[in-house]
Design a protein around this ligand. Structure first.
Ligand code: ASP
Length: 340
């Protein structure tokens, strides 16, 4: 059962946004966005064997320069075209791909069909590029019986809000954090059965966004005034704590007063772990409890990238602190294991 109409060829929309996959070398030797990202089909003509494909050149960015305002624009562009296609592929730079993936997963809910992000470590036009295979596999996944926002890269299919760029070198640039990948790519593409199948749902566009959220790792020497300044100038803060979500509370370096002040000012402070694997467990140590008591919201096993985007999205819907807390702890896109 493919869940897709097999009486006709599948239709896939590729939304090009830039990134290495479509980059070329500029006169200075540095990789830069090429003039026409819409030429993807000319560069990978075999895509036509898989599906009828349209290309929408929406942007042409080095994703390092991407700003949050792009996410509602992208999700709306996809939402308004969804009815005409069996699946959507977004080509994107790898640097901020996980932020965009998380944003799409929150902004496009109840998807009846897949939205698949991909990119490459080496430009399509350069020898040894992974762009061709990533793009072909992304189109394949966009034609499968899946209906989520996914990242296809190298040999993995990853749920959007679980993806993390872990390598600036390996062709397997992304891994799935705190959850197994939902599929693997080898001779065939095997999905692990947990991914949601296609259905007759109506997609919901929930393109909320309050972008003035700051994120900062805790590190030895972090001055409490830095965090206090962020609290005074932002609508929300993500603190990447140590280990189980531990935050300094010792005299002179304590961040607890800044968190207390944030709570008084109704500015949510979300604490995630700066470890790659694992969850916050802020009651484990006194250093975690102190922040929890001051009003910090634990991010559990969400990646910092996902916690940041989710806080922007939640603050786009409400500024009520206790609602922010409960929405942060509710799973909308498989981004965390909810507490029982
Ligand atoms: N700087 C590039 C980008 O994010 C890196 C890449 O695509 O691999 O657009």
């Amino acid at each position: 059962m493919t869940g897709i109409n097999t009486e006709r060829r599948p239709r896939v929309l590729i939304v090009a946004t830039g990134g290495t996959i479509t980059m070329v070398r500029g006169p200075d030797g540095g990789l830069a966005p090429c003039a026409d990202t819409g030429l993807l089909l000319e560069r990978v003509p075999e895509l036509r064997q898989l599906a009828d494909i349209d290309v929408l050149p929406l942007a042409n960015l080095d994703s390092t320069n991407l700003q949050p305002s792009f996410w509602p624009e992208l999700s709306k562009a996809i939402y308004h075209r969804l009815d005409r296609y069996d699946g959507v592929v977004v080509t994107h730079g790898t640097d901020t791909l996980t932020y965009t993936a998380a944003a799409l997963a929150f902004m496009l809910q109840e998807l009846p069909k897949p939205v698949v992000l991909t990119g490459s470590q080496v430009p399509l036009d350069e020898i040894g590029s992974d762009g061709r295979s990533n793009l072909i596999n992304a189109v394949r996944v966009a034609c499968m019986d899946v209906a989520e926002v996914l990242v296809v890269f190298g040999s993995l299919v990853i749920r959007a809000a679980r993806a993390k760029k872990t390598s600036a070198f390996d062709m397997q640039a992304f891994t799935s954090v705190n959850a197994p990948p939902v599929g693997s790519i080898g001779l065939t593409i095997r999905m692990n059965g947990e991914v949601r199948p296609r259905g007759k749902r109506r997609a919901l566009l929930r393109a909320f966004l309050r972008p003035d959220v700051a994120m900062i790792p805790v590190y030895p020497g972090l001055k409490p005034e830095v965090v206090a300044h962020l609290v005074a100038t932002h609508a929300g803060i993500v603190l990447e704590g140590y280990g189980a979500g531990n935050i300094p509370n010792a005299e002179g370096a304590s961040l607890v007063p800044a968190i207390t002040e944030a709570t008084a000012q109704r500015v949510p402070v979300v604490v995630c772990t700066q470890c790659l694997v694992g969850s916050t467990e802020m009651e484990l140590y006194q250093v975690g409890r102190a922040s929890l008591q001051a009003g910090a919201i634990p991010a559990m096993d969400m990646t910092p990238e996902t916690a940041l985007v989710k806080l922007m999205w939640v603050l786009g819907q409400t500024d009520d602190l206790s609602t922010v807390g409960s929405l942060m702890l509710k799973a909308f896109a498989g981004e965390l294991h909810e507490l029982p």
